[in-house]
Design a protein around this ligand. Structure first.
Ligand SMILES: [Zn+2]
Length: 542
């Protein structure tokens, strides 16, 4: 009799076990922020075939699902994978191979970093980026004499931190083939000294120096993308909106994601041009790659006075900045996008650029539309223009670390206009949501810094005390949403990712401390422990 009872007991256990649904992966004992519409939390979740199949309490999940792979989170916080809403993945990959000039406090320091690199690892074309003359004692743009002395034969091209200005040596100028007085040069884009080029070039002309850089071949593009992907996973990024790529790079991305090598989810925007427009006549989606937007530029950057202002610069009254494209050209591209069903994303820093882009958009977008055209940076917006975002459902796409990088000198450029610069909370209020990113490699990749800058409006030295123009700070919940669900929404993907809900991709990041409850002093030091894309672990801290 006892045996029979025992047999029945065993059978019932086996039966109940068999009744449990199989999952590929289960997380338990976590502090999980689902970032769903009610901002609810849970402790456990189950994943199958790369998709979240259930969320709930530990018992609830363990009683319903079985898996060979159960991860005990030991109380650690888990969030939807972070999504950078505006960045440059190939640019990041390339910058990982360039001389890093960020943080240099003098031009001499730049020269010594270049010398060191060239001695250790000689290159046929020396590239560096990240210099910022605002960090130097002499804040004027330098001239290139010392560069010419050190590097008489190798072209040297050094991009400013915002990529809107370069310092180059004479060898680079020679190879590009431009001379002073060249009619193709737009006034203001080449700085002159005693009738010669000083070596500093801005905007379009700065960009033209790319022509003399040997192009990466297919193999190098793959290396560049893999290096950038690793860097992103290290910081918990599982999705990116990539702000403008050429066809060759897009083709490499597409084949790599098809092979399962490029695992990060990419929303890639087209750089306008015949080849891109000929290939993509409608939005494209294949696996983890989607292409549904075009990227345009209305103006340059504030640091190099390329941002297009309505009134002249406060510290250089003879200039209002630079229109990178004529308004007519922008409108032509917008028409192409509208006719072919693409989103448009226009880079606008100055109040003049923002005004013009808003007006162009208004010609195409009916009120109450759901086309999700976006303005990248939306950095200086005249209060009178602000309501256009809401009226035409235009998405302001922001980079909170730009505010804290620029705040130490932006008022020199803007004077009183600083009051309506970096107005993130006001921009958020237009549609009730907005996406946030970094614009890396211009800023650091780490999304925790985006969160910190958005919430506390301080730089990593905790300056200024009390925060910069705190009326435009975001709440913690808003900042987290801007890096997850709202970033997904800005690329029409909120149905598939951006929150931890049944049916969505199993993209997660686990942090060592809860970003939502950590103190201000703790937040910038919070680290990623593990990153998952589609249920696959792609990063684990050592
Ligand atoms: Zn950008």
């Amino acid at each position: 009799m006892k045996k029979i009872f025992f047999g029945l007991f065993l059978a019932s256990i086996l039966f109940s076990c068999n009744m449990k649904e199989r999952a590929d992966l289960i997380f338990i004992n976590g502090d999980i922020y689902t970032v769903d519409s009610a901002f609810t939390k849970c402790n456990a979740l189950a994943v199958k075939d790369g998709i979240i199949i259930a969320t709930g309490g530990d018992d609830e999940i363990l009683n319903t699902y079985q898996s060979k792979n159960i991860i005990d989170l030991e109380g650690k916080p888990l969030y939807p994978g972070f999504n950078d809403a505006h960045c440059h993945i190939a640019g990041l990959g390339m910058s990982l191979t360039r001389v890093d000039l960020r943080g240099a406090t003098s031009f001499d320091e730049i020269l010594s970093r270049l010398k060191k690199r060239q001695e250790e690892n000689p290159s046929k074309c020396l590239l560096g980026d990240g210099w910022d003359q605002n960090l130097w004692e002499d804040k004027n743009f330098p001239s290139n004499e010392k560069l010419n002395e050190l590097f008489p034969d190798v072209p040297v091209i050094l991009s400013r931190i915002d990529f809107h200005a370069v310092i180059v040596n004479d060898e680079a100028i020679k190879r590009l083939g431009i001379t002073p007085g060249d009619p193709s040069i737009i006034p203001g884009e080449a700085l002159m000294k005693n009738g010669k080029f000083q070596g500093v070039f801005l905007e379009n002309l700065a960009d033209r120096f790319k022509e003399i850089v040997p192009k990466p071949d297919g193999k190098e593009m793959r290396e560049i993308l893999l290096a950038a992907q690793d860097e992103c996973f290290k910081y918990g990024l599982t999705s990116l909106s990539d702000a403008g790529e050429e066809l060759d790079m897009i083709n490499v991305m597409d084949s790599m994601q098809g092979e399962g090598k490029l695992k990060i989810r990419l929303d890639v925007w087209l750089t306008p041009g015949e080849r891109n427009f000929a290939k993509f006549t409608k939005p494209y989606k294949n696996g983890r790659l989607s292409i549904s937007a075009i990227k345009l530029y209305a103006d340059g950057a504030l640091g190099s006075r390329g941002a297009l202002m309505i009134e002249p610069y406060s510290d250089m009254p003879n200039t209002r900045g630079i229109s990178v494209n004529t308004f007519q050209k922008l409108e032509e591209y917008c028409k192409w996008a509208f006719d072919h069903g693409f989103q448009v994303a226009i880079h606008c820093i100055g109040d003049g650029a923002n005004r013009e882009a808003l007006r162009i958009y208004a010609k195409f977008l009916p009120e109450g539309n759901n086309l999700r055209w976006r303005i990248e940076h939306s950095q200086i917006v005249k209060p009178a223009d602000m309501a256009m975002f809401a009226k035409y459902s235009i998405i302001p796409s922001i980079q909170p670390t730009h505010a804290t990088s620029d705040m130490l000198w932006a008022d020199e450029r803007l004077g009183e206009r600083i009051k309506y610069a970096y107005p993130y909370k006001e921009l958020l209020n237009q549609l009730g949501w907005l996406p946030a990113g970094t614009d890396f490699p211009i800023e650091q990749v780490n999304p925790v810094y985006t969160f910190f800058a958005a919430v506390y409006r301080k730089n990593l030295d905790f300056i200024p005390e009390g925060g910069f123009q705190m009326e435009n700070a975001l709440s913690k919940e808003e900042a987290l949403k801007a890096m997850t669900i709202w970033a997904a929404k800005a690329s029409f993907e909120e149905g598939a990712k951006g929150s931890i809900e049944k049916g969505k991709f199993a993209d997660f990041v686990v942090l060592d401390k809860d970003i939502m409850t950590a103190s201000e002093k703790e937040v910038p030091f919070i680290k990623v422990i593990r990153t998952f894309v589609g249920g696959e672990e792609v990063y684990k801290a050592e």
